[in-house]
Ligand binder design. Structure first.
Ligand code: SF4
Length: 352
């Protein structure tokens, strides 16, 4: 059964929509030009939703401008102050992230919810491992994943009690398996009702951060959990988006742009794959989504190992061997590798 279909600005989410890739603006709203520049860069990288910290009413005008100027859906991230939630909605924001438990009082939460209903605002709620209270952990029998799920459920109850249903759930930990377990608990109960935002919080940077995020997100997606993802990295937000799409592409869940398949090389290599990759990558512009280009180190195994690729090149002792779906179609001196690949790709380019 499909979960709820939500609409946030230009995108749909849940209800069978593609898994969305989101990030967070790392420039403050108070520096408007920088914030807009990063927003446009994120839009160009394919980011579909951007969470924006909205810490002060003095940023209200800039939030309204950003919502107008941004081609990407914006979610305002609000802590503690219900007036900020109201201001974000008034500024035109169609999704907010709040903790219903820290909106000051039940009456103040009532007001935020009734404004959200009136304006069709989606509310993301959620907890991370750092925000689970000692009482919640105790009520969960000391199980950290169950405590995390309980923290989310308590927030959800506050919205359900007010008959508010346009909700995204999120449970994140810095620990991969704790995140997976908390999401499984929640998904068992609410998976056929609400969309889930997934990710591993504060996963770090570089290879370690990417591996941690990718492991957690991939496990969850393989369980059918996750409607929107964020790869949380101590890095440029565009990098988060790039890694997010690579995860979805690897799992066959999204197709975005062409894909390079390259062998790791071994003692048989006749083509320096690492060295030629930067020369081949720029040739990929204008190719259809999901188009696969293989770069393989040797002719002995390369074309066959990469026969699922649309086109490819492999090294032989003195030549570059070009193939389509595993069938050799051309041979050229290695010095003509880029030219040969360019000719091979030309018929596949999308004409604008
Ligand atoms: S394609 Fe050739 S060079 Fe690359 S890993 Fe396989 S055997 Fe080694």
């Amino acid at each position: 059964m499909k979960n709820r279909l939500l609409k946030i600005g230009p995108i749909s989410l849940g209800g069978g929509s593609p898994v969305r890739v989101e990030s967070m603006l790392k420039k403050p709203l108070s520096s408007y030009d920088e914030a807009l520049e990063q927003m446009m860069s994120l839009a160009n990288s394919g980011c579909e939703m951007v969470r924006v910290a909205f810490p002060s009413l003095s940023d209200c005008e800039n939030l309204a401008r950003l919502i107008k100027d941004s081609p990407v859906a914006i979610m305002a991230d609000i802590h503690f102050d219900p007036l900020l939630a109201e201001a974000a909605i008034t500024a035109g924001c169609r999704s907010i992230r709040i903790n219903p438990g820290n909106m000051g009082s039940p009456e103040k939460l009532d007001r935020v919810i009734s404004m959200s209903k009136a304006e069709g605002v989606v509310i993301r709620i959620g907890a991370n491992s750092g925000s689970v209270s000692p009482r919640q952990l105790k009520d969960a029998g000391g199980n950290r994943a169950a405590g995390l799920a309980l923290a989310v459920e308590e927030q959800l109850k506050a919205l359900q009690d007010r008959d508010f249903q346009d909700v995204i759930l999120s449970a994140k930990s810095t620990d991969v398996m704790e995140t997976v377990e908390a999401n499984r608990i929640l998904f068992d109960r609410y998976g056929d009702t609400y969309p889930f935002h997934i990710g591993i919080t504060e996963s770090g940077s570089g290879a370690a951060g990417i591996a941690k995020s990718a492991s957690g997100i991939a496990i969850l997606l393989s369980l059918g959990i996750g409607d929107t993802i964020r790869v949380s990295l101590s890095d440029r937000p565009e990098e988060e988006v790039y890694v997010g799409y690579e995860i979805l592409k690897s799992l066959g869940l999204r197709k975005m742009g062409p894909e390079i398949i390259s062998c790791p090389t071994c003692g048989r290599k006749k083509l320096d794959v690492v060295a030629v990759l930067p020369e081949i990558r720029p040739l990929l512009w204008g190719l259809p989504d999901g188009f696969k280009v293989a770069i393989m180190g040797c002719e002995v195994n390369g074309p066959q190992e990469a026969r699922h690729a649309d086109v490819g090149v492999a090294g032989s002792p003195s030549e570059a061997v070009f193939f389509k779906k595993g069938e050799i179609v051309d041979r050229r001196p290695l010095s003509e590798l880029v030219k040969g690949m360019s000719l091979l790709l030309e018929p596949y380019r999308l004409k604008s």
